[in-house]
Design a protein around this ligand. Structure first.
Ligand SMILES: [Zn+2]
Ligand SMILES: [Zn+2]
Length: 144
């Protein structure tokens, strides 16, 4: 019996990762590999996300696509680094430095499970005073 072609493509494709914003206006897909997960405690991540830290991972530009029609809003939070978010509900989707060929995905917006593993906490020198890191992961004072 000939195997259905569509089934075969499903099994052979790489990890299928999907994400979206709070209101559903933004939907995206990741088709390639994702880096290890980093928890960033820097002050700009704290402000942008309104939380103690932001959990992120790098994805190659070519492996990321926004599948919804509405353009994202953006804000250049530090020179050359732009944060992209839903224009309607404000969910942070990714950040990018224009000269790089990858983007930094904001993992709180994921809808599917991922295989990437947590790596470490960064910018612990800027951590919220009221938050205690209780993990076995390495802690970096600044970037790495
Ligand atoms: Zn939204
Ligand atoms: Zn940060």
């Amino acid at each position: 019996m000939v195997k259905d072609k569509k089934d075969e493509e499903e099994t052979m494709s790489e990890e299928k990762i999907k994400g979206s914003c709070l209101c559903g206006q933004v939907n995206y897909r990741v088709t390639g590999k994702m880096s290890d997960i980093v928890h960033c405690h820097c002050i700009t991540c704290r402000k942008a996300h309104g939380s103690a830290f932001s959990s992120v991972a790098a994805v190659n530009d070519r492996d990321f696509s926004v599948t919804s029609a509405e353009p994202l809003s953006s804000y250049e939070s530090s020179p050359g680094k732009t944060r992209y978010f839903c224009a309607n509900c404000g969910t942070q989707i990714y950040a990018k430095r224009e000269e790089k060929n990858h983007l930094i995905l904001r993992l709180g917006s994921l809808d599917t499970d991922i295989v990437a593993k947590e790596k470490h906490h960064i910018w612990v020198s800027q951590k919220a005073q009221w938050y205690s890191i209780n993990s076995h992961l390495p802690e970096c004072s600044e970037f790495e």
